[in-house]
Design a binder for this molecule. Structure first.
Ligand SMILES: [Zn+2]
Ligand SMILES: [Zn+2]
Length: 437
């Protein structure tokens, strides 16, 4: 052991620093991370060294001093990543064939796509509010519902986010929800009884335009239920067919200025359901604005504790990122959640994923590379990068393959397919072709 530049007699940390960040390590000093090209390893430089445009002199410091800067980074002192991370490749044979099918004439352009039934079936939502079943094998579309959109004439966009109608379908295939992402309203319709709305959805009036409409279908005691936002900080679960409320919970009245028991200071965002339907993840945010993906047990919520979605023992924040929410996220298997972006602030975010356990809340792996919408099965993570699909091993972080030019928007888990509708063409790819299961 030797005396390091920080003055401590200790082992050297993996990250080196410019001399201005040491002796002593100053609290809250702004700095950048200089990626070394070996996975996520980096050195650190102060703003002046970074701006000088010359190679940065780096000195060795102890792990404790490096740790202090890591903690500072979480609180906003990391201002940028420089250079490139290392991406490990482990190429595997990938069947790149994408099956294209030109849709028969529909009444309007397809604006969303959702998986339907156990066979590789798909439902499309068109701009004029039609829900159609796509049947590529028979080369036809069947209209299942019309007039399903909910207008919001008073919509005020925030940060350019347009009101975006979105289609969700229950896994039994009987119920569909059409909601307005970044809007307030939606509805659940019964596809077996055309023209029937079983539930009118209202997510409240407070800052709905910052988040996609929180909604996910699930199965509970053999019935389709719908988990959805009923206020900025409240979710409820209704039976999809009868509209019966399954999460009835009234707050006790309190005096002025007092905090309600179970009061949740959290703006719900896009919801994700684990494949085994036992866990929920929520891409919401806290004031102001800090993205904070959280997770909790849907099973506990419906069975044991009606407040589980507010402050139940399984409810846990996964990470916090300033100005960053409404980003790609997905379950990997039943108990892991991949969250897009490595960093603590939207201005200093590296392309990649962080993977968290919903059981413990711990970050179990982090690797650079994946960008775009995320999908996963038990063995592979799929990232819909702008140039095409990339296939990743979520355990080791290796990139194992790619399907150039194919940018899916939708995952049919039961059928093992990824798909998108692009210019009137349904494009599908079998995840088994990427060694997924
Ligand atoms: Zn410096
Ligand atoms: Zn030190």
């Amino acid at each position: 052991m030797e005396t390091l530049a920080c003055g401590h007699v200790a082992f050297a940390a993996p990250s080196r620093m410019c001399p201005h960040l040491v002796r002593p390590v100053r609290e809250g000093v702004e700095h950048v991370r200089l990626l070394t090209g070996r996975r996520l390893e980096f050195d650190l430089a102060c703003g002046q060294c970074d701006a000088a445009g010359k190679p940065v002199t780096l000195v060795e410091v102890c792990e404790g001093c490096a740790q202090r800067l890591d903690e500072d980074a979480e609180h906003g002192s990391l201002t940028a990543w420089r250079g490139q991370p290392g991406v490990d490749e482990r190429p595997e044979a990938v069947d790149r064939s994408v099956v294209d099918w030109r849709l028969p004439e529909l009444t309007g352009p397809v604006i969303d796509l959702a998986p339907f039934g156990a066979d590789p079936g798909w439902l499309a939502l068109t701009a004029d509010g039609t829900i159609a079943e796509l049947d590529p094998d028979a080369d036809r579309c069947a209209v299942l519902a019309t007039g399903v959109l909910v207008a919001e004439p008073d919509y005020q966009p925030w940060a350019g986010r347009p009101l975006t109608p979105r289609l969700h379908v229950s896994d039994c295939g009987r119920f569909a929800a059409v909601v307005n992402d970044y809007g307030r309203y939606g509805r659940v319709v019964d596809l077996h009884r055309p023209g029937t709305t079983t539930l009118r959805l209202d997510s409240g009036s407070y800052r709905t335009n910052l988040v996609p409409f929180s909604l996910v279908f699930a199965r509970h005691e053999g019935r389709a239920v719908v988990v959805h936002r009923t206020d900025w900080n409240r979710l409820d679960v209704h039976d999809a067919e009868s509209g019966r409320l399954l999460t009835d919970r009234a707050r006790e009245p309190v005096g002025a200025g007092q905090r309600q028991a179970h009061d949740l200071d959290y703006f719900h965002g896009r919801l994700h359901l684990s494949p085994d339907q036992r866990w929920l993840a929520d891409d919401g945010w806290v004031w102001a604005p800090v993205g904070m993906p959280v997770s909790w047990s849907l099973e506990r919520w419906l069975r044991d504790n009606v407040w589980e979605s507010e402050d139940g023992p399984s409810w846990r924040p996964l990470c916090q990122r300033d100005y960053r929410w409404d980003t790609p996220m997905c379950f990997v298997g039943d108990t892991l959640v991949a969250v897009s972006g490595i960093g603590y602030d939207d201005i200093a975010m590296l392309d990649g994923v962080r993977i968290f356990s919903v059981v413990t809340g711990a970050e179990v792996s982090t690797f650079a590379g994946p960008v775009g919408a995320l999908f996963a099965d038990r063995s592979r993570l799929y990232a819909a990068a702008p140039g095409g699909l990339q296939v990743w091993d979520p355990v080791t972080g290796h990139r194992t393959g790619s399907v150039p030019g194919f940018v899916p928007t939708c995952h049919h888990r039961a059928a093992g397919q990824l798909a998108a509708v692009q210019d009137g063409v349904l494009r599908r790819w079998d995840t088994a072709g990427g060694h997924g299961k």
